[in-house]
Design a protein around this ligand. Structure first.
Ligand code: ZN
Length: 58
């Protein structure tokens, strides 16, 4: 089972979707994307909580 993250679920007008085997691997991809595409240099605890709430199993 994979973990799936859709950037649009965070409220961004963004079609980026990421999948990974674990939540930790997915968070690494999300941090990289957030920095490059949304100019989010830091994933705060609040953002991380929201990110985890929209991660789904696939
Ligand atoms: Zn995005």
């Amino acid at each position: 089972m994979n973990k799936v993250f859709r950037c649009a679920d965070m409220g961004f007008k963004c079609a980026w979707v990421a999948t990974a085997k674990t939540e930790n691997e997915l968070m690494i991809l999300i941090k990289d994307h957030a920095d490059k595409c949304h100019n989010l240099k830091e994933i705060t605890r609040d953002i991380a909580t929201k990110v985890k709430s929209v991660i789904k199993d696939q």
